[in-house]
Design a protein. Structure first.
Lengths: 114, 115
């Protein structure tokens, strides 16, 4: 069974450009989470969805960040416009019916904004 | 306030030594879960264990063992007879019912096992 799939694995862009990160959760999982990992702040939860509905976006740093989940098998995290301080590894994770279950993480997208 | 504290930033050992990673958590909740994740140099996050607040039984899985003590709010992790492949960053995490089970991660402990 495939795990969480993220694309692209690496993204290099210039400041001001729009960036879209993609995630396909594990089939049948009801919860999807977006995290950001930086040296300074560690692993931070940005937003999570339950059955495609955003539940808590309090971790989204600012209006330049947005996330959608149009269906159970696909989510996007968009940054527009991107800034150098957005450089980080972005992880997507999913879990089953109970949010307290273990979360399974994708391989991450390493974003570099020049 | 930091909910999960991993006081050890880095640990370096020689192969076959045992290594214990400390994790102290803070919560007002009675229902919560504790986790350990491993992040090897390749970067992915690998789930190792989940323990709920009502189960203080220690667990052993191969060379890994976990000691959960509610009295000291600790969930420590021991690798016995370490191997080079154990070199990674290890994260302890907490999810609480009162916080809708959102995961709060510690800062991580980098373990380096030298041959």
């Amino acid at each position: 069974d495939a795990g969480v799939i993220q694309s692209p694995r690496h993204e290099v862009t210039e400041m001001g450009q729009e960036v879209t990160l993609r995630c396909k959760p594990i089939s049948g999982h009801d919860y999807l989470f977006w995290y950001r990992q930086t040296m300074m702040r560690g692993l931070e939860l940005l937003i999570y969805f339950n059955n495609n509905v955003p539940i808590d976006d309090s971790g989204m740093p600012e209006d330049r960040f947005s996330a959608k989940m149009p269906n159970a098998s696909f989510s996007t995290l968009k940054i527009q416009p991107s800034e150098p301080r957005d450089s980080a590894v972005y992880f997507c994770a999913s879990t089953g019916e109970t949010p307290g279950d273990e979360q399974f993480f994708g391989p991450g997208t390493r974003l570099t904004v020049l | 306030a930091q909910k999960v504290t991993q006081a050890q930033t880095e640990i370096s050992v020689v192969e076959k030594e045992d290594v214990t990673l400390d994790c102290v958590y803070e919560t007002r909740d009675t229902t919560y879960y504790l986790f350990w994740y491993k992040q090897p140099p390749s970067g992915e996050l690998v789930f190792l264990i989940r323990r709920n607040s009502f189960d203080e039984q220690n667990e052993i899985s191969g060379r890994y063992s976990w000691n959960f003590q509610k009295s000291t709010s600790s969930f420590n992790f021991t690798i016995t007879a370490s191997q080079v492949v154990d070199s990674a960053v290890y994260f302890c995490a907490l999810s609480e019912a009162l916080e809708d089970y959102k995961l709060s991660f510690g800062a991580g402990t980098t373990v380096t096992v030298r041959a």
